[in-house]
Design a protein. Sequence first.
Length: 108
Amino acid sequence: MDNVKRLQIEFTAWEAIPDGGGLADGIDAIICPGRLSDCLKKAVTRTNAAILAVRNAGEPNPFREWTDDQIAGEILRKVWEKRGRCQKCGGQRYHTRLSGYKCFTCDR
Ligand SMILES: [Zn+2]
């Protein structure tokens, strides 16, 4: 999976379940026609805005010549760095508001 897609998925989960939201919001996003695609559209907009913001940041800016995929990868790296690594396999973790942090590799 490319980094831009991964970042879009991060933002989609963010949109689907707002801060303070919970299971009901997650279910709502899945069963309501249009709600998930609405979240995805917003997530795509956010992803593009985040990449642009990094590329157009003030000098010194090492990201100016980077591709979208490289910049998305750098944003994800920072997010994952804050999140810490899986204690079992050392892999990257992602955040779900329903079950906390989970590992991409061993799903724990
Ligand atoms: Zn793991």
